[in-house]
Write a protein that binds this ligand. Structure first.
Ligand code: NI
Length: 182
């Protein structure tokens, strides 16, 4: 019998948990639900899992679905750990910016902490930035867009080795950013 490379049940419980946690949140400057972002990040991660055979696809996929719960919702690490265990919680904590740091050093701090985590967590960060390099919100200045592109290059050089497949995809997104208005 063929077995699935990841657990459908674990996907569904993380998806459901994220849907409740992010209820009523939307994408920046959009009417679309925030879940659109999470589904896109999870899709990138699942594709990487299928292509590159990560050791722990469940860890990567659950962290993809839950990666913004601590940073952007009322969910705390204790709650997350009781539902999803230590490895997922450590991953999500690492993917959350330290709010007490200034913006410029928060990204560097986050990348250093991610590099101490399993490769699965690096893959989520790559997938997150690939997803976020779609059309920037209309109110962003040219400087802000350029800063965001530079940040993406920093993510690529810090974490790209975890997934040649996603690294290549991120290279393309950086090259084409910002994409032409659709
Ligand atoms: Ni995100």
């Amino acid at each position: 019998m063929t077995t699935s490379p990841w657990s459908q049940q674990r996907y569904l419980s993380a998806w459901r948990f994220a849907a409740e946690a992010h209820l009523n949140q939307t994408l920046p400057a959009s009417a679309l639900p925030y879940l659109v972002h999470l589904a896109s990040v999870a899709m990138e991660v699942m594709t990487a899992c299928a292509v590159e055979k990560l050791d722990e696809p469940d860890l990567a996929i659950q962290c993809a679905l839950l990666h913004d719960t601590i940073e952007d919702t009322v969910i705390d690490a204790v709650t997350l750990e009781s539902r999803f265990g230590l490895a997922v919680t450590a991953g999500v904590k690492t993917l959350s910016k330290n709010p007490s740091l200034p913006k410029a050093s928060a990204m560097q701090d986050s990348l250093e902490r991610i590099r101490q985590q399993p490769r699965e967590i690096w893959v989520v960060k790559l997938a997150d930035r690939i997803t976020n390099l779609g059309s920037p919100p209309a109110h962003w200045s040219t400087e802000k867009i350029e800063y965001y592109r530079q940040e993406a290059k920093d993510i690529l050089s810090a974490l790209g080795e975890a997934s040649p497949f996603l690294a290549e995809r991120l290279v393309q997104r950086i090259r084409d950013y910002p994409p032409p208005q659709s």
